[in-house]
Design a protein around this ligand. Structure first.
Ligand code: SAH
Ligand code: SF4
Length: 349
């Protein structure tokens, strides 16, 4: 029965109002339900006393609130990161991470169970692809983090969402965009354009579609190498969407939207972390509105590489800044001790 119930987190506010209209219920009740879901963060119909009995009965018969039970969780030793393995209705599981950076709380959410893109150093890629997530399953991860903050009586509310967990978001375009519409709603979690970041491996048609649709979000593109051959060795789908096509799509995106792109670069010792590599990425991004995010490799079982030392990362960063005026950050390796690389909790057994 529960499998065919409607997941309420799949509905935008307008869609919820339309559903209530079809059922002959007042839009006032639809608005109340929305507030319960996204302001009160309610996880049961019993916690919705302001809804009339007949509305609650129908909801409990035909719908569900897609809460995601925690299968496993782990804190990083510095206490800044908490990682959850959340169970979906069909028994699959995805990772969601609560991260705290200077008082701001960010939820890192998954877009698929596994991933079809096969990047060699990525634990999720090593797992392969199982299925797409629904919009509601993406929204429910953010709600889970917001609820966890409230339960812990933390002073901060959920401020940012990054689609950087398991999966390739542009491979699940429609569900991801639907979820973003729900997350952005000002009468709900109110995560506006600057607060949502989508990271893609470089799905060219998806980037062009984002540009065409002028989607209000921050875009991050996983580059990792500045030559076609170097990139194809790390990111197999670079064969399908070659580097020159990817860079052309990024240029179109920035020109059409006026937005800068974040370029991600997983730093692997001896592979892509030399001074020449830094100069190659500087040349590649010349003239583009860009920021580079350097991510020291999180070691995974399926890949023999090791992370770049922080001294080498600093030199890399210095070359980008001094020779190319290219801003960059080195991602803190928070949570590495809880196997925080994406997909690593899921395969921890
Ligand atoms: N599929 C999307 C988003 C999820 S991965 C993408 O690939 O962009 C988010 C980022 O983490 C990507 O830049 C990815 O390359 C990086 N990443 C994945 N596994 C990693 C690992 N083991 N160490 C460091 N970075 C990793
Ligand atoms: Fe998929 Fe991103 Fe991992 Fe590549 S890095 S396998 S695209 S999740």
């Amino acid at each position: 029965m529960s499998a065919i119930r409607l997941d309420l987190h799949n509905f935008t506010r307008d869609e919820l109002r339309a559903l209530f209209g079809r059922w002959g219920f007042s839009p006032v009740h639809a608005a109340r339900l929305w507030n319960y879901l996204y302001l009160a963060l309610a996880d049961s119909f019993a916690a919705m006393p302001e809804l009339p009995e007949k509305v609650r009965t129908r909801l409990s018969q035909e719908t569900r609130i897609g809460s995601l039970p925690v299968a496993r969780e782990a804190d990083s030793s510095d206490g800044f990161t908490r990682k959850y393995l959340l169970t979906l209705a069909d028994g699959e599981a995805v990772e969601t991470v609560l991260m705290r950076f200077t008082g701001r709380v960010t939820a890192c959410v998954s877009s698929q169970v596994g991933c079809a893109m096969g990047c060699v150093f990525c634990a999720t890629g090593q797992m392969g692809y199982t299925r797409h997530l629904s919009p509601g399953e993406i929204v429910a991860q953010a709600v889970h983090v917001a609820r966890a903050l409230r339960l812990a009586r933390e002073p901060h509310r959920l401020r940012n969402v990054v689609l950087m967990g398991m999966g390739e978001p542009l491979h699940n375009y429609d569900a991801v965009m639907h979820a973003i519409d729900i997350l952005r709603d000002e009468a709900g979690l109110a995560l506006g354009a600057e607060r949502i970041t989508l990271s893609t491996v470089g799905v060219v048609p998806g980037i062009l579609r984002l540009a065409r649709e002028k989607r209000p979000l921050n875009l991050a593109v996983s580059l990792h190498a500045a030559t076609q051959a170097g990139r194809a060795a790390l990111v197999p789908v670079a064969t399908k969407w070659p580097l020159d096509e990817l860079m052309a799509a990024c240029r179109t995106y920035s020109e059409t939207t006026g937005r800068r792109i974040f370029y991600e670069w997983t730093l692997i010792e001896g592979k892509n972390d030399s001074a020449e590599d830094a100069r190659a990425v500087g040349e590649l991004l010349r003239g583009l509105p860009a920021q580079v995010n350097l991510i020291p490799l999180n070691p995974t079982h399926g890949y023999a590489g090791t992370p770049t030392h922080s001294a080498a990362a600093k030199i890399f960063q210095h070359i980008l800044a001094s020779e190319f005026k290219l801003p960059s950050t080195v991602r803190q390796r928070r949570g590495l001790d809880i196997a925080a690389g994406c997909g690593q909790l899921a395969i921890a057994g």
